[in-house]
Every structure is written in C-alpha cells, then in structure tokens.
Design a protein around this ligand. Structure first.
Ligand code: PEP
Ligand code: MG
Length: 575
C-alpha cells in the first residue's frame, strides 16, 4: 500500500528509485570480566582499535575527491579530533583497568556517560554533535569487532538506488559522494546537522528527519523522494508515479534551461540592471562564483577561516587567503565581512561560551571590539590584501552607531601603522555595515552617516525581529520572511538607503530565494548576494520581471493588514 512520509526537504529536485537500506549500526555489546594478567592486553587491544579507526579516518580524509564540498574535510577532522580526545582515547582504558572488563564494555560505559552529558545540553548545534560522538564510537566498536567501516555505505545495488539510512556520518558521505545513488533519506538530522549541511552542498534530492523511514520502507521497494517539499512516497501508484515523473522532467529541463542564461546580464524586462553577487565561506568557493558569472563576492564569511583551524590563523595566513580571493576575482568587488564569531560559531581555540543567551551576547562586532588585538590583526591582513584587488569591508551585527565609529578608529590606526611601515594598501577601501539587528534597521540613516554601503542580513534580522531562533526546528514554522514586520523593516532600510544614495545589498538567505526575488525588486533592492548555486535561479526571475507591473502590488502588500491579502499579493507577484 502506498504511503507518504514527511521530513525536512533539503532540495535537489525529485528522484524515483529503489530503496537500499543501510543496516542499523547498533551493536550488541558483549560484557565479560578480564583476568588481572590479561588487563594489559585488553588495554592494548583498545589502543590498537583506536589507532585503526584513526587510520581509517585519515585515509578517508586523504581520499576526499577534489570537487567534494569543503565541509567534508571539516567534519572528518572533527571526528579525528573526537577520537584523539582523552574521553575516547584514554578514559575507556582506565575503565578497563578499574572494572576489569572487556574493551567493548568499557567503551559502552563511557559512551553512556558522554551521551548523558549531551542530553543536558540545550544549545542545538552542540546537541547535534552527540551524533558525531556516536558515529566515532561506532567506528571503534566495529574495529574492535574486526569489521571494515567502509562496508557501512555499500555501493548501490542498482543504478536507480536510493539510500535509506538511520543517519549518515561525514565519513559515509565521502564514500557516498563517489557512489551513484540517486538520492538519500534519513531518519534523523536537524536542520543544522552535518547531514543537512552536506546534503545542501551535494545538491541531490534528499529528505531528513523522517523518523521511521528505515522501519517503514523495505529493501528494494520503489520510492519517490521529493527533496523540494520534504516528502517521500513509498510504493507509489501509477498515477502518482506519472505525476512525479513529469515533475522530474520539469526539474531537469529547468536545470538545463538555466545554463542558457549563464552569461546573460541580469536586466529586468523594463531595462533595470540588477547586480547579483555570490556568498562564500572559504577561498575555494570562489570558483563557483566565477562559474555562475556573478558581479562579485557580496559576502565572504571570513570567520570560517577561524573555525576550521586548530589555532588562530596568523596575519600572514589571513592575508594570503584574502589576497587569493581578490586576485581570483580579478578586479571584481570582494566584500569581506570581518569576523562574525560567537553564537553558534565557536572556534576550537576559544573557550566554550557560558553566556546565558549567546545570540544576544558577545558576538560579531561586539566580540571584535572587545578583543582589539584579534580585530586589528584581521584589519591589517585585509588592508594588505586590498592592494591586490577590489576589497571592501563589511561589519557584522551592528546595533550602535558607536560601533562603526570605533571600527573606523581601529581602521585608521592600522592604516597609519602600515603607511609607516611602507606597506601598500587601498587608501580608499570602503567600509560597509550589516543591517541584521532591528535596532540598526530602524535607525539605518544614523548608521549611513558613517558607512559607505550597507548589506541586509535577513537570517539574523528575521530571527531577532520575530524572536524565532533560526536554528531551532521546533519554531521553524514561525520563521517567516514575509511577516509584515519583516517586510516593513526591509522596505524602510532599502528605501532609506536609496533615498540618501548609499548602496544597499542583501546577503541573507532571502536574497537567494527565487520566490522572493520580485518582492525584493519591488521593495527597491538592486543588489543581491547568495549561495552560488542560487545565482541562475534568481537571475531567471530578474529577467522575467517587469518592475512597472509589480510596483502597485508592492503598495498593496505594504498596506495589507491581513494575512490573506498578503498571500494573495505574493501569488500575484509570481504570476
Ligand atoms: C544574515 O544574518 O543574514 C547573514 C548573512 O549572516 P549569517 O547568516 O552569517 O549570520
Ligand atoms: Mg548574520
């Protein structure tokens, strides 16, 4: 009988194929007492299992395909780090000695303790790292039992296989990248889990958090995966199949059609030229921005250079990274955001935060102004790199005008130092500010006195305006980019910037959502910055938009005082 399951859709279109179930990794754990004279041998057996597991992970690290998403390396290194941590590399051996038990049982006791600690954690990102600990211990268990972990993600049995798993570890994903699965679905995985992040970058149809997929779906059963709507249909009837085959064809045609506009200029039907920029997290993402013919880089989230390393990157390392991007962009603008750490972005070298509410704590520019040395080192690296391309600076999380003034003071002092040292830099480097806190949005004109340009960060602006944690799936239904309060704020910021003649762009996820492109164009936005994979979809919307037609709709939208009118106008905008 046909059955529909609902989860979190990660995109990538529609796939129709046969289920291939990955066996659950739960293992029966044996428990036995070890004789005192055998304890040393048992400890050595544990040591050897950890060593083998580490070698396996390092081997996987070395075999990451060149075109694999950059996150893969980061996730594998996280697993290697967990394996090296003394909670897994040392403490289980102490348990073996103390309890005179076998290595498996010692590891199980240690895992139970660690998981109990994770259950106490409220912060979603850290709670999701619980899965990493399970995956790493499973690897040690399997090594103790003499199994090869590479078997965990077997090759597809057929060319139309869809992988059905309880969860996929980053190491599985490395293998998965090279395999020929059409799609994958999992029982677990929050919206910020590793699996979700990787799924987005792989751009294959995928649905997560289906909860019981593995028990409801049988091996080889025909399934449809709709990654756009987060739906999985098990054993579909002929009519449903026909419907989804048509959607599949539509999707492929659309993807192919998009390539036709790769080199077209983004100009509306009535001749208004729009600028489309790419967002990057690491220098290697620049290729994708160029491949999609973007105007430049509208947001380089520089803090990612600080997240993936064990130590703080030096001035020279930062300089080389910024310079590489500037040179690759060859004179096209590169907007580099100064470090936006804090909240969920805590680097390895920093103490875990015990702030009661990190999203409202020492984050973004607040952290930089509190850690002047960290900030000035970055400013030096950025200024030095500015001699090699069109770099602009962008300051995150502004809420007080004083923060811009202080930033300018630091910038001027670093410039003076460089001049004295005879180091070249762009004397006219522009300074922009992120408008992502409602306070800055309401009073944007005050900020504009001190800024060369502004960029709207809708991800945070929506979270703070609606009091909805952007990472918490429990309230994700309330995270509404077209809430009237959000639209009015956007309108205020965009029209104020346009009135005073300061360039305004948007670099939050809203800018890359083609369903919202016309709304934003109607609100007066002319510069959009987004994930490179979204560039052509948004360009397609720009090319088909007649601004004179949508202007009256925007007036109605801004006046709408009920949700029905708002949605009706949104529909008319898309017509
Ligand atoms: C935003 O908040 O919209 C933004 C672009 O910054 P981030 O997503 O890095 O917080
Ligand atoms: Mg932000």
């Amino acid at each position: 009988m046909s059955l529909a399951l609902h989860g979190i859709g990660i995109g990538g279109g529609v796939a129709i194929g046969h289920a291939h179930l990955i066996s659950h990794t739960d293992i029966e754990i044996a428990h036995y007492t070890v004789r005192p004279e055998d304890i040393a041998g048992e400890v050595a057996r544990y040591d050897s299992a950890v060593k083998t597991a580490r070698q396996e992970l390092e081997m996987l690290w070395g075999s990451i395909p060149e075109n694999a998403p950059t996150e893969l390396g980061a996730f594998l290194s996280l697993h290697i780090m967990l394996l090296n941590d003394q909670t897994l590399s040392v403490e289980p051996k102490e348990i073996i000695e103390k309890r005179k038990c076998n290595a498996e049982w010692a590891l199980k006791l240690q895992l139970d303790t660690l998981l109990a600690q994770f259950d106490e954690i409220e912060e979603e990102y850290l709670r999701e790292r619980r899965t990493d600990v399970i995956q790493v211990t499973e690897r040690i268990f399997k090594t103790l039992a003499g199994h090869d972990m590479a078997m965990h993600t077997p090759a597809p049995t057929d060319r139309d296989s869809i992988l059905v798993a309880h969860d996929l570890s980053p190491a599985d994903m490395v293998l998965f990248k090279d395999s020929e699965y059409l799609a994958f679905i999992t029982d677990v995985g929050g919206p910020t889990s590793h699996t979700a992040i990787l799924a987005r970058s792989l751009d294959l149809p995928s649905v997560l958090a289906l909860r019981h997929a593995r028990s409801l779906i049988h091996e080889d059963e025909l399934i449809i995966v709709d990654g756009v709507n987060g739906v999985v249909i098990v054993d579909p009837d002929e009519r449903t199949l026909t419907e989804y085959r048509a959607r599949q064809d539509e999707w492929s045609e659309r993807q192919a059609r998009l390539q036709d506009i790769r080199t077209s200029k983004p100009i509306t039907q009535d001749g208004i030229e729009i600028e489309l920029f790419g967002n990057i997290e690491l220098p290697e993402d620049t290729d994708q921005v160029l491949e999609n013919n973007a105007t430049g880089i509208g947001l380089f989230r520089s803090e990612f250079l600080f997240l993936s390393e064990d130590d703080l990157p030096t001035e020279q390392e930062q300089y080389e990274a910024y310079r590489a991007v500037a040179e690759q962009m060859n004179g096209q603008p590169v907007i580099i955001r100064t470090i936006d750490l804090g909240k969920d972005k805590i680097p390895k070298w920093q103490e875990e935060t015990d702030a009661p509410n990190p999203a409202l704590g020492l984050t973004g520019i607040r952290l930089c102004l509190a850690e002047a040395q960290l900030f000035r080192t970055q400013l030096r690296a950025l200024l030095r790199a500015s001699a090699h391309g069109k770099i602009k600076l962008l300051v995150p999380m502004l809420s007080h005008v004083g923060e811009v003034r202080q930033t300018r003071r630091h910038l001027e002092e670093v410039k003076t130092q460089l001049r004295l040292e005879g180091i070249p830099f762009d004397e006219h480097i522009e300074l922009g500010g992120m408008i992502e806190v409602p306070a800055a949005a309401f009073t944007v004109e005050h900020f504009l006195h001190h800024l060369d340009f502004a960029s709207i960060g809708t991800n945070d602006l929506i979270q703070y305006t609606l009091a909805v944690d952007r990472n918490d799936d429990a309230v994700s239904h309330l995270y509404d980019p077209v809430h009237p309060a959000v639209i009015r704020l956007l309108h205020h910021v965009i029209s104020t910037c346009n009135r005073v003649g300061k360039p305004i762009s948007m670099c939050g996820e809203m800018a890359g959502d083609p369903a919202l492109t016309r709304l934003l164009l109607g609100l007066g936005l002319r510069r959009f910055s987004m994930l490179p994979a979204r560039l052509l979809k948004v360009k397609e919307q720009v090319l088909s938009t007649d601004l004179s037609r949508i202007k009256p709709l925007i007036v109605r939208l801004l006046e709408a005082d009920d949700i029905e009118t708002l949605w009706q106008v949104m529909e008319e905008l898309q017509a």
